[in-house]
Design a protein around this ligand. Structure first.
Ligand SMILES: [Ca+2]
Length: 308
């Protein structure tokens, strides 16, 4: 039983154009746009738009509808590409698990769908209609309520072209943030570390011969926390987060986090009045733009030994 039958244009000029998903040699190539199309049809006969009849069968259910396809409205590169003919959907939905880098999975009707970001960064995400100033992307969290604009073009997955975050995890304002290394300090207004803006920063000042710093965050009282929105002056760094245990410190997570992709420290929920972030500062100036611990009630608890 075919999932998709042959697609048929009803415009007379396009008679004989094979436009099935399994494209023939003379088919309309939905990736390279007009290039193949022009091989098949003389350019003077190419209409501005044409109605495409789409029919498919799923099990015993048959469906048929008509879509208008545009052939003459080139993009910036002078092509009529599939981008011109995207089917667009605006929807408010929660982010599914692991929304980082290109992947912005969307939960629709309780089912997670993989969705790619057209841009490789999240640089065009906004928060409640506003875009944070500065260069850093907005970190998206599992369960964030987001107004998405999704397009469907590829057979593999849908794509996200816009995100406007309406609700995120509740951020916890620390009582104190400091660097505990001897001879090191934080220079600047610490209030900028939780202002959801990425344009102002706090400089990590440390002795010349030191290649790392330990940042300690202290809360007013023990709080439940399972992630930190953490933005610095760019790039990937191996960063560890730890909590006090007995006389020492137990790591919660250690990974190559990247301020430019939204990949930030998340870990199983813990209740603590202190956290430490171990930062490599091997060369150049390191500045912090956002250091905001949070508790995300939607975050899955991964890798918790003995937990069912
Ligand atoms: Ca900030």
């Amino acid at each position: 039983m075919p999932f998709s039958a042959t697609l048929t244009f009803t415009d007379q000029a396009l008679n004989g154009l094979n436009c099935g998903l399994d494209l023939g040699q003379k088919g309309w190539d939905w990736r390279s746009g007009s290039a193949r199309f022009e091989q098949a049809i003389p350019s003077e006969n190419v209409p501005e738009t044409a109605a495409l009849k789409i029919a498919f069968q799923l099990g015993a259910t048959k469906a048929e509808y008509t879509r208008t396809i545009r052939f003459r409205n080139p993009d910036a590169k002078g092509r009529v590409s599939d981008v011109t003919n995207y089917r667009r959907l605006k929807i408010r939905a929660p982010a599914a698990a692991n929304p980082i880098y290109q992947s912005q999975p969307v939960q629709l009707e309780g089912v997670s769908f993989e969705a790619m970001m057209l841009n490789e960064a999240q640089n065009f995400a906004t928060v409640r209609g506003k875009r944070p100033s500065g260069k850093q992307p907005v970190a998206i969290h599992e369960g964030d309520i987001i107004d998405y604009e999704i397009v469907s073009a590829q057979p593999l997955c849908c794509e996200v072209v816009q995100m406007d975050v309406q609700e995120g995890p509740e951020r916890i304002i620390p009582k104190m943030i400091r660097v505990i290394n001897q001879g090191a300090s934080l220079k600047g207004d610490l209030a900028v570390l939780s202002d959801e803006q990425f344009d102002q920063s706090v400089e990590v000042e440390k002795p010349e011969n030191s290649d790392s710093a330990i940042l300690e965050i202290e809360f007013e009282s023990p709080v439940e926390v399972n992630g930190i929105d953490f933005h610095w002056n760019g790039g990937q760094r191996m960063i560890a987060v730890a909590i006090p245990q007995g006389r020492g410190w137990t790591p919660l997570v250690w990974d190559g986090f990247n301020s430019g992709t939204g990949h930030h420290p998340t870990f199983p929920a813990v209740k603590t009045d202190r956290l430490r972030i171990m930062l490599p500062c091997w060369k150049g100036k390191m500045t912090l733009e956002e250091v905001a611990p949070y508790f995300n009630s939607h975050q899955r608890e991964l890798f918790v030994a003995g937990k069912k």
